[in-house]
Write a protein that binds this ligand. Sequence first.
Ligand code: ADP
Ligand code: MG
Ligand code: ZN
Length: 627
Amino acid sequence: MFNNKKFNSNKKWRYLIYYALLAAMIIFVANEYMNGLKSQHIKYSDFINDINQNKISEVQISKDKLIIIPKSQDEADRGKVLYTERITDPDLIKKLDNAKIQYGGIPQENTAIRGFFINWVLPFIIIAFLLQLFLGKLNKKMGSGVMSFGKNTAKIYAENETGVNFKDVAGQEEAKESLVEIVDFLHNSQRYVEIGARLPKGALLVGPPGTGKTLLAKAVAGEAKVPFFSISGSAFVEMFVGMGAARVRDLFQQAQEKAPCIVFIDEIDAIGKSREGNISGNDEREQTLNQLLAEMDGFDSSKGVVILAATNRPEVLDKALLRPGRFDRRVIVDRPDLKGREDILKVHIKGVKVSPDVDLNNIAKATPGAVGADLANMINEAALRAVKNHRSQVNQEDLEEAVEVIIAGKEKKDRILSPEEKQQVAFHEVGHALVAALLKHTDPVHKITIVPRTMGALGYTMQLPEEEKYLNTKEEMMDQICVMLGGRSAEEVRFNSISTGAANDIERATQTARRMVTIYGMTDRFDMMGLESIQNKYLNGRPVQNCSIETASIIDEETLKIIKESHKKSRKLLKDNMDLLIGISKKLIEKETLMGDEFMSIIRDYNEKKGKESSDNKALTSHLEDV
Ligand code: ADP
Ligand code: MG
Ligand code: ZN
C-alpha cells in the first residue's frame, strides 16, 4: 500500500539489527546454560584417581583441555562430560594405555564448524523465525508495529486510488466547485508558487450527516490522483495519553514524505472541540489539538499537502482551528434540493436494473429533507423489494414503498387492529388530510393510509410540497399546526373521546409553535426578540433559551395560545364538514390506503353535489380550485 522505499527499508534495517542483537543474546545465555549442565570441571588429580579406579571410558585430548567421558551408569551422570585443563604430564598416555582407556585428539576444525553451526547459527535462524511469526501476528492485531510505540498505531494508510470521482458525488455543485481549485492546486502547485500565491492549507467540509462529506473528500483525492491519508478524529484519542499527539506528528511526517497528497481528518470535532469552557479539561484531547495546530502551522503547503476535515458540528470547533492558515476554507455540504436529490438517485440507480416506468423526479419530490445516504439506502431497499417479489427489475412501486419504509418503517400487516381502533385511526388520519385540504397555505395530500408500520405509526398522512420550499410564511406555519392537530380534532368531533394516537402530532405542533415565538419573531408580544438559539444546526439540535425564567413562562403562555387557537380552528373546520369526514373515513377503512387524487376526487364529487343543493357553501375553497 505504501511505496516509499527509502523510508521503509531504513526502518526495516533498524529492526533487523535489533532482532539480531536480541537473538544473539538469547543464544549466548542458552549456550552457557546448556554447557554448564552438560560438562563439569574436575581437578587433574581427581582425573588420575578416576583412571586408577577404572571409571573412565574415553578421553579426548585437545590443545588446552582433556574431555573425559565417564563410564558411569548413574542416571544423573549419564551423558555427562567432564573436562580438566591439560597439564603437561609425560606419563598421561602411558597411564591411559595401562588402564586400557581409548584416547585420541579432537577433530578440531570439523567440530568447531559443526559446533558453531549447531550452537549459534541454527538457534539464530529458529529464533528469528519465531520472532517474525509472533510479531507478525501482533502487528496484525494492533494495526501496526508493537516494536514502535509512539509511532502511529491508528490505521493511517495511504490509499493511492480512492476509486471515487466528482461524478460519483451528486447534488453538491457548489461544494464541488470550491474543491476543484484544491485539485488544481495539487496538480500544478508549481504555478501557484511561481506567482507567489499563498496556497490553501486546509478546507473544512461542514454539513448534516449523510450528505456526502466523506465521499467528497475521497473524490478530491480521486480527481487529483494523489495518495489519500484518511483518519477519524476519534482514532486520535482512543488509547494512551500522549498517543494522540504522537499520531498527529507521525501523520504529518508521513504526509510530507508522500507529498503531493491529501490528509483527511473525518469527524474532526472529536479532537477539535473548543478548549474553553471545560475547566477540568481533557488533557489528552487538548494535547492532540495543540499538536495538530502546531503541525498545521509548521508544514510547508507549497509541497502540495492539503488537509481536509469534515464535521457536522462546526459550532463546537475551537476557533483556533478556523483561523487563516489552518482550516481557512469552509465548504458547506448541505441537504440536497429537488434537483440534487434526483441527481443523487441517478448516480445510485446506475448499477440497478429498472423498468421503464421508473420516474426518479417523482421520487425526488417525495423525499424533501432526505440526504444522500438516505437516497442510496432507498434505492437499495427498492432493489431488495423487487427481488423479494421475484422480479428482475425495480419498478416505481418498489421505489415508492422504499420511500415509505425510510420515512415510517416497514408495513406490519400482521398487526391486527380491532374494528374500533381501525375507526379511530381512520378518522384521525382523515382529520389531518381534510384540514390540510380545507386550509389554503398547506401542502397537497399525497397519501393516506391505515396500514400499520414497524416504526410505531398505526397510520399516516403524507403531504408533499408542490415545489421545493426555502421559506415558510407565518400563515403557512399556522396552517401546518392546524393540520398536525387535525387528527386529534377529528377524534373529538366524531367520537367525543380521545386516544394516545396524537402524541407525535402534539410534539411537532408544540415545537413549531414554540419556534414561532422564540426564534422566528412571529408574535406581537415578543416582536423580533430572539429568545432561543439552535446549537447544532446540522444535527437537529435542541434550541437553547437565552432569556430569564420569567420570560420563559411567558413563552409558554404564548405557545399555548397558538396551540389553542389552532386546535379550535381545526375542530371547527371538521365539524363544519362532518359529512365529508365520515364519507372519506369510510372509504379509507374499506380501502386502507387512499392516494391523493382519489382523496381529492371524493371531495370534489361531494362539493359538486353540495353545490347543486346549496350554492352558498363557502367551506370548501383552497385546493379544490387547484385540482
Ligand atoms: P457524511 O460523511 O457526510 O456523513 P458520507 O459521505 O459518508 O456522508 O455518505 C454516505 C453514503 O451516502 C455515501 O457513501 C454515498 O453512497 C451516499 N451519498 C451521500 N451523499 C451523496 C451524494 N451527494 N452523492 C452521491 N451519493 C451520496
Ligand atoms: Mg462522514
Ligand atoms: Zn396524527
